[in-house]
Design a protein around this ligand. Sequence first.
Ligand SMILES: N[C@H](CCC[C@H](N)C(=O)O)C(=O)O
Length: 281
Amino acid sequence: MKLSFTKMHGCGNHYIYFNCFDQAVPDPEALSIRLSEPHFGIGGDGIILISPSDRADAQMRIFNADGSEGRMCGNGIRCVGKYLYDNGMVNGRTAVTVDTLSGVKRLELDVRDGRVQSVRVDMGAAILLPRDIPADFEGDSVVGAPLVVDERVYHVTCVSMGNPHCVIFLSEDIDSLDLARIGPKFEHHPLFPARINTEFVNIQSDGSLKMRVWERGSGETWACGTGACAVGVAACLTGRAEKGSDITVRLRGGDLNIQYTDETVFMTGAATTIFEGEIEI
Ligand SMILES: N[C@H](CCC[C@H](N)C(=O)O)C(=O)O
């Protein structure tokens, strides 16, 4: 059977998108494993299904490169918003909603020359997680509990954006980290029974947050939207950034703007269509 797909990325976090308004995708877990592989497949961090919803303009389901389903995807949802508008599926509206396993998210689409260039997403409230990580409270800022990996103690601040994140602020240059070696040790750490996405952060001299990410189910990706939100929240919780301020998170594939307020977290960034195609499965 033939399936049509669209390859898109948000800050280099690239997925293979399937419009399921007019086609059915069987066994998405297996398909994600097969198509994410760059030598025998298309290459990507996973696949994303865009389907009808009875409570939003569309439903988004995201599958990581290992076939596991994610509960939310920040870079992915911006691309879903772009796909819906650019393909005439929201009647030219620039305020759209997308249903996810972490609830319905509201998007504001920035359109230029008839195409979405960037998207602002109300990502919903951040939750300090998980309860079974004892956080040591120093004054009014939370310093995450010590977590030992390879006999080294890391101080982590764990935040949920619907999916779980472990944020680590480091003084050493994160570009020198061997993520392929330490990433899986955080992902599969016994403290995180559902596994976890891990962000390694340097505070830059201009106050921006430079990050690398080892994603649950996909390994190192060039960006993680929910991860950038978690980093912005953790920076505020640990006194490294001002709540309510515009926080710039610099990822390998581009920058995201994060605003952490009392009610919610806003994420703003680009969304890009790379190419369209058909595949025989
Ligand atoms: N690996 C994540 C899902 C993808 C999130 C990321 N690509 C983003 O942009 O938020 C998880 O299993 O929780």
